[in-house]
Write a protein that binds this ligand. Structure first.
Ligand SMILES: [Zn+2]
Length: 126
């Protein structure tokens, strides 16, 4: 998949300040914007990485502005956690852990929608 990682992103940093979160990964189009987490740590966390790749697919599938609009509508309609785009991304993030323990599955599921009406996710340290 065609994607780009932006470390120490200003966008992700703003999201992080708003959310008062230690780390944020936010997808805008084909770019994954990171703040509070470096590229390697992020890539090593397969569950998180796959989750964000799923948001990139969603941007490609629906188009940039249309996806942002659909995501926003979903957020207002059903809340962040039940937002179908987050549900899909959470499932994508858990796929590679299919053969692993329940504990690992829980960790993969620990990527949380941020509470912003944007495909931004936080992963708090355990
Ligand atoms: Zn997400």
């Amino acid at each position: 998949m065609d994607y780009k990682i932006v470390e120490r992103s200003l966008f992700a940093r703003i999201a992080r300040m708003v959310l008062k979160s230690p780390n944020v990964a936010m997808v805008l189009g084909k770019s994954i914007h990171l703040s509070g987490v470096d590229r390697q740590t992020f890539l090593d966390d397969k569950g998180w990485f796959e989750h964000e790749l799923c948001h990139i697919r969603q941007f490609q599938e629906h188009g940039f502005f249309r996806f942002l609009w659909l995501y926003l509508k979903e957020s207002y309609r059903v809340g962040y956690y039940n937002n179908k785009f987050e549900v899909e991304a959470r499932e994508a993030g858990m796929k590679h852990k299919r053969f692993f323990s329940e504990q690992l599955k829980k960790e993969a599921g620990a990527v949380k929608p941020s509470g912003l009406p944007l495909p931004a996710d936080v992963k708090k340290e355990a």
